[in-house]
Design a protein around this ligand. Structure first.
Ligand code: ZN
Length: 362
C-alpha cells in the first residue's frame, strides 16, 4: 500500500494526476491545459476523459444533487462533461417516475431541467471539471417556439449554454407517452434555429431511431432528411441510431449505413453512448472486430458518452459501471482512435476548447 502511495505521488508530481479511491490513476483537469506526459494505456484507464452524454436531470425531476454528481465524476477518469437536462419530462404533478410504466402519461420537452442545471452551474460549478451546458428543451415536432426560447436562455444566462440536445427526432420508446416523430415538414421548420446554432457554433445531439427489429430502416429517412437539409450543422447522432426497439440490426448493415452518411456529411458525428451498444452490438459474437475497424477508420467522427441518467436512486457505483460498459470497446482501438475518442481530441476540436489530448505512449 505504502509503495502504491509513493508511486501515485510520484506520478502526480510528474503528470498532474490524482489517484482515485479505487487505486487507478486519473489525470487532473489542469493536466489537459498544455503538453502533458504521454498516456500509458497499460496502466491508465480505458474509460474516457470526456462524457459527452450525461443527463444531470431525470424524467421525474428527482435527481442526484448537482454537487454529488460532480463528485462522482471526480472519482472517475472523466474531466469534461456535457451537462444535459433531459429531452422530455413527466408532468410536474405526476407521481409516475418511469414513463414506460405509465402509458398515456405525457413525457414531453420542457425548459425545466435546463433552468435547474443553469442555476446549479452559477451556484457551484466545480473547478476540477469542465462542464458544457446544453439546451434540451427543443421539441423537434413542434419547433415554432425554439428561437424565442433560445433568446430567453441567452437573456437569462448569457454565454452559459454551448450545445443543444439530446433532442428527439424519433424515439419509439416514448410513442406511448405522446411523443410523435418530427415530420419532414417539421424538419423544414427547424431552419431558423439551425441557422442560429451554426452562428453560435453549437453542436446539436439528435436521438433518431434507425428503425426497429420488424422494420430495420423504417425511420432512417427522417435522419437522412435532417442531414440533407442541414449539412453545415454540427449534428451528433446519439447511440449510433439504435435503441431497445432495435437490438438485432445486422452489424454489417449498421456499419454500412453509418459509413455512407459519415462519408456524405462531413459535419456529422456519432455518439457511442448508452450501454445498449455494448450489450447488443459491440459484444455480440463476431461483431467486435467489425466495430473496432469502423471506429478506427472514422475515429475523428466519434464521441464517447455514458447516457447515465441522474435518477436520485442511482449511485456512484452505477455511474462507474455505465462508464466502464460504454467504453469497454476503447480497449481495442488503435492509439490514434483512442486519443481522438477517449482522450478528448475530437471533443476539444468540436468545441474549439483550449485543451490538449495527451499523446499515447509508444
Ligand atoms: Zn440520452
Amino acid at each position: 500500500m505504502r509503495h502504491f502511495v509513493y508511486l501515485a505521488l510520484n506520478t502526480l508530481l510528474l503528470t498532474g494526476c490524482v489517484s482515485s479511491q479505487e487505486g487507478t490513476i486519473n489525470r487532473t483537469l489542469d493536466s489537459f491545459r498544455g503538453e502533458s506526459a504521454c498516456y500509458d494505456r497499460e496502466t491508465e484507464p480505458y474509460t474516457p476523459v470526456v462524457d459527452t452524454h450525461l443527463h444531470y436531470r431525470p424524467f421525474d425531476g428527482k435527481a442526484i444533487p448537482f454537487d454529488e454528481m460532480n463528485e462522482y465524476l471526480s472519482r472517475t477518469s472523466v474531466r469534461f462533461v456535457n451537462v444535459y437536462g433531459i429531452g422530455q419530462m413527466l408532468p410536474a404533478q405526476s407521481s409516475c417516475s418511469n414513463y414506460s410504466k405509465c402509458p398515456g402519461v405525457p413525457v414531453l420537452p420542457t425548459t425545466r431541467s435546463d433552468f435547474v442545471n443553469a442555476e446549479n452551474m452559477i451556484a457551484s460549478a466545480p473547478d476540477d471539471l469542465h462542464l458544457t451546458l446544453s439546451m434540451t428543451f427543443t421539441d423537434l415536432s413542434n419547433p415554432e417556439s425554439t428561437m424565442a426560447l433560445m433568446a430567453l436562455y441567452e437573456k437569462e444566462y448569457p454565454g452559459l449554454f454551448h450545445w443543444m440536445g439530446e433532442v428527439n427526432l424519433v424515439k419509439q420508446a416514448q410513442f406511448n407517452n405522446h411523443h410523435v416523430p418530427a415530420s419532414p415538414q417539421n424538419i423544414e421548420q427547424w431552419s431558423d434555429f439551425m441557422a442560429e446554432l451554426r452562428a453560435r457554433n453549437y453542436p446539436i445531439t439528435i436521438h433518431s431511431d434507425i428503425g426497429n427489429d420488424a422494420h430495420p430502416t423504417y425511420y432512417l429517412h427522417l435522419m437522412e432528411k435532417a442531414l440533407a437539409r442541414y449539412p453545415d450543422n454540427k449534428i451528433v447522432w446519439a447511440h449510433m441510431g439504435v435503441s431497445y426497439e432495435q437490438t438485432r440490426l445486422d452489424a454489417r448493415e449498421h456499419i454500412s449505413i453509418l459509413s455512407r452518411l459519415l462519408d456524405q456529411y462531413p459535419n456529422l458525428m456519432l455518439d457511442i453512448s448508452w450501454r445498449i451498444l455494448d450489450d447488443y452490438y459491440f459484444s455480440r459474437p463476431g461483431n467486435q472486430p467489425l466495430y473496432v475497424d469502423f471506429m478506427n477508420q472514422y475515429s475523428e467522427r466519434i464521441l464517447p458518452g455514458s447516457d447515465f441518467v441522474a435518477f436520485r436512486n442511482n449511485t456512484y457505483e452505477v455511474y462507474q459501471e455505465e462508464l466502464n460498459v460504454t467504453s469497454r470497446i476503447h480497449q481495442y482501438l488503435n492509439d490514434d482512435a483512442f486519443r481522438n475518442i477517449a482522450l478528448g481530441a475530437n471533443y476539444f476540436k468540436l468545441l474549439n476548447l483550449d485543451y490538449q489530448a495527451p499523446a499515447v505512449c509508444l
